[in-house]
Design a protein around this ligand. Structure first.
Ligand code: ATP
Length: 235
């Protein structure tokens, strides 16, 4: 059974058709990346999977069941967790409080075990456990946003542009942590502007253009594709 199966998905904002017949899938344990220029529809796709937007037509199936009309909080409960673009942490709560909130769908005892796992993954967050999230650096906020998403023990993690606006050295730390997460068997769908980083990390990728899938393949094929090199890798 596939982790995620999206079929002929159409999503609209009023008259604007943001997704036009998108079909893609993610297998269990895979890392799949979504590339594409600004406005291609990547965030719209992520928000539709997590239940924040409703499809006009087409379907989203998670582990064999349609979630196209399931509420966002039930989707978290089923095992999909999203780290939104712009790492929205609660700025006036501490790091620890932000993490605990990530466990709102689970019993408290399980949440504390997961918090401990996240603090092992991101030692920086342990050092700053009592600091207000709003005073963290951009990289630390991204770690916290990823950490918080991990607390709900997702089967599928949706990551929207984790490297956005971060220094290269911080991006490296984040991808190092994501590699560790990956060895725990988590499935990841990753939207990234940094195509090279994303394709080195992923197993497969899709390239979106104006609401459609323009190209797809395994990550190495895409890295070597002249079209991807010209448009996304600056070659
Ligand atoms: P970026 O990399 O810039 O985040 P993206 O690939 O994630 O881009 P989306 O944010 O999904 O693209 O946007 C897809 C299209 O839908 C764009 O044309 C955008 O202007 C439009 N759009 C997005 N959100 C809305 C909205 N709330 N209302 C109307 N149109 C929207």
């Amino acid at each position: 059974m596939r982790m995620l199966e999206i079929t002929d998905l159409d999503v609209r904002y009023g008259q604007i058709q943001a997704l036009k017949g998108v079909t893609l899938h993610v297998e269990q344990g895979e890392i799949v990346t979504l590339l594409g220029a600004n406005g291609a529809g990547k965030t719209t796709l992520m928000r539709t999977i997590s239940g924040l937007l409703r499809p006009h037509s087409g379907d989203v199936q998670f582990l064999g069941k349609s979630i196209a009309h399931t509420s966002a909080d039930r989707i978290v409960g089923l095992g999909i967790s999203q780290v939104p673009e712009g790492r929205r942490v609660f700025p006036t709560l501490t790091v620890m409080e932000n993490l605990i909130l990530g466990g709102y769908t689970r019993p408290p005892a399980e949440t504390s075990a997961s918090v401990e796992e996240v603090l092992v993954l991101f030692p920086r967050l342990r050092e700053r456990a009592r600091q207000l999230a709003g005073t963290l650096s951009g990289g630390e906020q991204q770690m916290l946003a990823i950490g918080r998403a991990m607390i709900s023990k997702p089967k599928l993690l949706l990551l929207d542009e984790p490297s956005l606006g971060l220094a290269p050295i911080v991006v490296r730390d984040i991808f190092r942590a994501l590699r560790k997460i990956r060895t725990q068997g988590l499935t990841i769908l990753l939207v990234e502007q940094n195509a090279r980083m994303a394709l080195k990390f992923a197993d497969r990728g899709y390239v979106m253009e104006t609401g459609k899938i323009a190209l797809q393949g395994n990550a190495i094929e895409l890295l070597e594709s002249p079209e991807v090199q010209a448009t996304y890798l600056g070659k």
